[in-house]
Design a protein around this ligand. Structure first.
Ligand SMILES: *[C@@H]1O[C@H](CO)[C@@H](O)[C@H](O)[C@H]1NC(C)=O
Ligand SMILES: *[C@@H]1O[C@H](CO)[C@@H](O)[C@H](O)[C@H]1NC(C)=O
Ligand SMILES: *[C@@H]1O[C@H](CO)[C@@H](O)[C@H](O)[C@H]1NC(C)=O
Ligand SMILES: *[C@@H]1O[C@H](CO)[C@@H](O)[C@H](O)[C@H]1NC(C)=O
Length: 630
């Protein structure tokens, strides 16, 4: 009765809260500040996708919100997910909730995996942004600063070249130019140059610098026309660079959106080797592209280049084709012919108006970021659609999306939190949550508890990791808990700090029926009583085995069914808590969980737990310094 009433109450509250909270965002007990985006993932041919994680940088707006000049907290920035849409790393706390761009895994620096990204500039001018390379521990290894005379680190490209010694970045510079090219030699207009630099990653030294001012006349632009009036600074964005890449021979390709052209550029002296597309194409072409993005060398030799591009085919001003596509183009620089050798159309037959990316995976699969709403797809080399996914929320996009292999081993220990619920000594229960932001290869968690601050940790159970956060439920009042991360070889790869469990500030108010408040149990006693009765609730799959363990007797059907019910109820409560957050709700949920357990555990006639006299903390030993295993 108590339970159903409270549940009804919670449910009502839940609906009210739902309107104020975005259900398309995840939340976690262990990282309460993080609100990670949920994905909708669709597999068409699961077995044929390449291994790897997804790397992307959700943003809701490029400029921060007025008047706070801040972004929505913990929803934007660099994120890693696995191919089921499960969160692996929330990087927003690392960058104080700034927008981040071009976030990718790089496996070509040395034998260690790395990540690179562009960290956005601050509107108040306190930071111009930078290119950052972090290591497998998410520690910054290199920071490439923006050049002094530039406004910011351009958000389009931070392309760390093989070996990791240098990186390419796009640049925007503004300056007045004579309009002679438009037959108006007496006039001057400001224009923005689309250029690029190759920078030494360690020293920031400029190794190569190229400006469209010096090479691309005004009349190639489809934005700035002969009839347009001159502009003051910053001026007409006549070229608009959005990608740069380099081949082994040392030459570059760039994509200029407002000339609809891809340029081959000599690495020796910067002269234009060839123009592909646009008004002055050097090639015989039987196809068109426009407003392209993300040009890459796929392969290259002295006579032929295979390049990939995102052919947006449209922008804010209109579209030239009906479907955006990823194009693979063979460019023959002897016969001066360009042919499409592969076209991957956007699976939903729509247009990518902003941004987008095309990545060729090691197994030749094609991974395409279509940008808006995080829409992305993976294709077999023959173009077959293997996977499509997008954000559950409509409020976010990502400029580019990448897939790649990565090993994340955070230096921070796993995060643990625990809460104690119950109405009597018989049903008192501790729920433990654990997560490890950024760790890629945890397959299982071991849980420990100890009675005193200097006591011996007692193993109280384990749970498979099947989601970012794992919940573990154990009988009794566990005052100090901790968790160990286990990899596929059974090796301990991380150990949390010892965490004291949260308890209600007023036990009576959350349904405690005892005369006096409960006292912490001794995990060694509880563990022996509990042998085989531990419960985990981190996945739907484990529900059966969990119930089996809880029931502790396969043939005892009623106990089995009952245990399953409890587990489900707890799991539901857990989900509600996750979705809502907030202390009030949490306490209310505690009430419910207590109620459910109360009913069931009575029926099971479980062995009674002995209360344990709590021994006060010893002086002089800060809790954080005590690790379960040194
Ligand atoms: C360059 O690559 C093309 C294929 O793209 C190939 O047909 C040609 O033989 C290659 N040339 C050299 C010199 O390797
Ligand atoms: C496609 O990409 C461009 C990048 O230049 C993007 O800004 C544009 O809005 C998208 N649609 C385009 C280009 O037409
Ligand atoms: C776009 O689709 C319409 C109707 O399906 C068709 O008539 C038109 O020719 C297409 N445009 C292009 C550029 O393919
Ligand atoms: C399991 O259930 C069976 C039948 O209900 C009973 O005979 C047996 O004693 C039970 N075993 C335990 C360990 O409770």
């Amino acid at each position: 009765m108590l339970f159903s009433l409270a549940f009804l109450q919670l449910f009502t509250l839940h609906n009210a809260v739902a309107q104020r909270h975005d259900m398309n965002l995840m939340s976690f007990m262990t990282l309460p500040e993080v609100r990670a985006l949920k994905w909708e993932v669709n597999y068409h041919h699961r077995s044929r996708v390449a291994p790897g994680y997804w790397f992307f940088t959700p943003y809701s707006q490029i400029e921060p919100e007025q008047p706070t000049q801040k972004y929505q907290k913990y929803q934007i920035g660099p994120y890693i997910y696995d191919e089921d849409g499960m969160l692996i790393w929330a990087g927003s706390p690392m960058w104080d909730n700034q927008n981040v761009f071009d976030f990718r895994a790089i496996n070509k620096i040395d034998d260690q995996p790395h990540l690179s990204m562009i960290v956005g500039s601050e509107v108040d001018g306190s930071s111009k942004g930078k290119g950052v390379i972090v290591d497998t521990h998410y520690e910054i290894e290199q920071q490439v600063e923006v050049l002094d005379d530039l406004h910011d680190f351009n958000i389009y490209e931070f392309n760390v070249l093989p070996g990791g010694k240098s990186a390419l970045a796009c640049t925007y510079r503004s300056r007045p130019v004579n309009m002679e090219d438009f037959g108006r030699p007496t006039e001057e207009s400001w224009v923005i140059s689309g250029g690029f630099v190759e920078l030494d990653v360690a020293t920031n030294e400029v190794l190569m610098q190229w400006e469209s001012f010096d090479h691309i006349p005004l009349h190639e632009s489809n934005l700035f026309h002969v009839w347009d009036t001159p502009m003051g600074p910053p001026g007409w964005d006549y070229a608009y660079i959005n990608a740069v890449d380099k081949n082994e021979a040392g030459d570059y390709i760039i994509s200029l959106r407002f000339t609809n052209t891809i340029y081959g550029i000599s690495g020796k002296d910067g002269h234009i080797l060839w123009r592909l597309g646009g008004l002055e194409s050097d090639f015989d072409m039987d196809f068109i592209f426009s407003k392209q993005h993300d040009v890459r060398f796929v392969s290259s030799n002295s006579t032929h280049h295979i390049i990939s591009i995102m052919n947006n085919a449209s922008d804010e001003r209109g579209n030239d084709e009906n479907i955006s596509s990823a194009l693979y183009i063979e460019v023959d620089t002897v016969a001066m012919m360009a042919r499409v050798i592969k076209r991957v159309n956007r699976p939903d037959s729509s247009l990518t108006r902003v941004y987008g990316s095309v990545q060729t995976l090691p197994n030749e699969n094609v991974f395409v970021g279509w940008s808006e709403r995080g829409y992305q797809s993976e294709h077999a080399p023959n173009g077959d659609i293997l996977m499509t996914a997008r954000f559950a929320s409509t409020r976010y996009s990502t400029y580019r999306a990448y897939k790649g292999e990565f090993v994340g081993r955070p230096n921070q220990p796993p995060d643990v939190m625990a809460s104690v619920y119950g109405t009597t000594d018989e049903d008192i229960t501790t729920i433990i949550y654990v997560s490890w932001n950024g760790a890629t290869d945890v397959i299982e968690w071991n849980f420990y508890a100890q009675a005193y601050d200097v006591g011996t940790p007692v193993f109280i159970g384990h749970a498979d990791k099947t989601d970012f956060e794992t919940m573990y439920i154990v009988d009794g009042y566990m005052d100090r808990v901790a968790a160990e991360a286990i990899d596929v070889n059974g090796k301990v790869i991380g150990t949390s700090r010892i965490q004291r469990s949260d308890i209600p500030s007023n036990w009576k108010a959350v349904g405690w029926l005892g005369e006096s408040d409960p006292t912490p149990g001794d995990p060694s006693m509880i563990a022996s009583i509990n042998k085989g009765t531990d419960t985990t609730a981190n996945s739907h799959d484990s529900m059966d085995s969990m119930a089996e363990i809880m029931g502790n007797n396969d043939s005892d059907k009623s106990s089995y069914a009952n245990a399953k019910e409890v587990t489900n109820a707890i799991y539901k409560a857990h989900k509600l808590i996750r979705d809502m957050g907030g202390l009030l709700i949490f306490i209310l949920a505690a009430y419910i969980v207590g109620g459910v357990l109360y009913g069931t555990y009575r029926m099971r006639q479980k062995s009674k737990l002995r209360s344990y006299q709590h021994v006060p903390l010893e002086e002089g030993l800060p809790l954080d310094d005590i690790h379960l295993r040194s």
